[in-house]
Each structure stands twice: as C-alpha cells, then as structure tokens.
Write a protein that binds this ligand. Structure first.
Ligand code: DGL
Length: 274
C-alpha cells in the first residue's frame, strides 16, 4: 500500500481540528499533518506581521515533512497571510478560510446576519472584502470576540462565565433581528451547542468546515495530488503547546486516538516538528 501526498493543516491552536475533522470525514484516504500553534494563541490579538511570520515558518515546517498542499484552518491567519504565502510558495496549493458571509447572505429572510470572529479578522480587509462582495442589501453585524478563542483553547467549552460572555455579544444581535450567525473563527464550533442555545431556534448557525473540505477535494484533483484509491488515510498532530490539551477535542470531534507530538519554536523563528 502506498502513501498519499501529505496535506498540511494549521491553526493557532485546537480550533483548526474542527476543519481537520471535516476533511477526515470527506477525504478519508488523505494523509493529514496538523499543527496547532498553542504556544502563540490567540492569533486574533496579534499583528498581521507576526501572524505572517508564524504562518511562513509553519508552512516551511509542514512542507519539509512532505506536505504537497496546505490548509490554513484559521480565519485570522488566512486574512493576514494567505496572499503573501501564495506569493512566497507559488507551487504550493493553499486553501484558506473566510467567514461564511456568502451562505448567510443567501439564506437570510430578515436581511440581517451576524458574524462572530477574532479582533484581527473583524479588522481585516479580507472580511470587509467578503461583505462587499456577497452581502448586497444585507446588514452584516460584525462582533470581535476578544478572549473567546483563548478560553476555548485552554479547555473552556461551557459554563456560566463563557455563557455570560457569549450572551453579551449574541443578545444585542438578536435584538437587531439576525436570523443567521456566522462562526468566523475555527475555535468557535467547539462551543456551538452553547452558541445555539443562546441564539435560539430562529437563528441558523453557519460554519464553513464542510465547504473547506469540498474545496480542498477540488484543489487536490486539479493539481493531481489526491490520494490514490488503495491508500489508507491518517492524521498526525503536533503542537507547540501541551499535547494532552488535544485529547478532549480529538474525542469530541470523533477523531479517535491520535498521537500528538511536541513541536518546538527555535530562537531564530523556525519551527521544528519532532
Ligand atoms: N482559530 C482561529 C481563527 O479561525 C484563531 C483564533 C485565535 O488564535 O485568535 O480565527
């Protein structure tokens, strides 16, 4: 049995595992290499220059492990780094993320939709661009959820404190009559049950991991790097933080037992996947 060309997937932490899970389900023969930069989370509070520096080093490390394509499973890193990374690595197919404003704008009946995202994403040109392109005649309420990704990354998935924080953002949107709420950060699907409880039955919660997996399938076909029919897929994980933090999330996402290895940032800004 041969080996599939690897697909590198990265995020600032555990959030991108929600995307990895969708890819694993849609493309079970692919060999996935996931890196969570938990040592540097949250990216959403960093500058675009810092995020680009980390994303470049992560891409180099994943390519050196044999990856032939890269999925940026992080809205924040996609907004800050997707364009420059495509320019720097012109032969590598990248799949990036953007908040799912398009399906929300297509589905809304009230004409008002909400977006929850990190501060960096809300302030990015990338989000302004999707709103401009896809939300004609639709009001898009954008909420920067400072501190949310970090709480989730440290293992907080429910509880009164998190609920109060989310209510403070979602209730005002409900008062303005949203009927769709976009999760514009890959960490947020990990608290989807809580978000749905607060948003209520009249608000559709939308996140794009399934669409990303479908897009990746097209990109792999176009570049002739899809896994051959006779191989068995796999998922390998690395983190620059604490490997045991991944366990509850891998279980929650039904990814089963996966070995999570320690990765190290070197002083000169390069990443070593051990
Ligand atoms: N998961 C990330 C995103 O999709 C980033 C969260 C963070 O590190 O701030 O935006």
């Amino acid at each position: 049995m041969g080996k599939a060309p690897g697909i590198g997937i990265f995020d600032s932490g555990i959030g991108g595992l929600t995307v990895a899970a969708a890819i694993r389900q849609a493309l079970p023969r692919e060999r996935l290499l996931y890196f969570g930069d938990n040592a540097h989370v949250p990216y959403g509070e960093r500058t675009a220059a810092e995020i680009l520096e980390f994303s470049t080093a992560i891409t180099e490390a994943l390519l050196s492990q044999g990856c032939r394509s890269i999925v940026i499973a992080c809205n924040t890193a996609s907004s800050a780094a997707l364009g420059p990374l495509r320019a720097k690595f012109p032969h590598v197919p990248f799949v990036g993320m953007e908040p799912a404003v398009k399906p929300a704008a297509e589905q809304t009946r009230t004409g008002v939709v909400g977006v929850l995202a990190t501060r960096a994403t809300v302030e990015s040109k990338a989000l302004a661009h999707v709103v401009e392109r896809f939300a004609h005649g639709v009001e898009v309420i954008q909420q920067a959820c400072t501190g949310l990704a970090q709480r989730i990354d440290s293992g907080q998935f429910d509880g009164p404190e998190l609920e109060a924080l989310l209510r403070g953002w979602i209730e005002p949107m409900k008062a303005r009559n949203i009927d769709a709420l976009v999760l514009g950060c890959t960490h947020y699907p990990l608290v989807r049950p809580l978000i749905e409880r607060i948003a209520g039955p009249g608000v559709r919660v939308i996140e794009p991991s399934g669409a990303i997996a479908r897009r990746l399938a097209q990109v792999l076909e176009q570049h002739g790097i899809a896994a051959p029919a006779d191989v068995k897929g796999s998922l390998d994980c690395w983190t620059s933080g604490e490997p045991e933090r991944f366990t509850p999330v891998l279980n929650y996402l039904g990814l089963g037992r996966v070995e999570v290895r320690q990765a190290l940032w070197r002083n000169y800004g390069s990443l070593e996947l051990g």
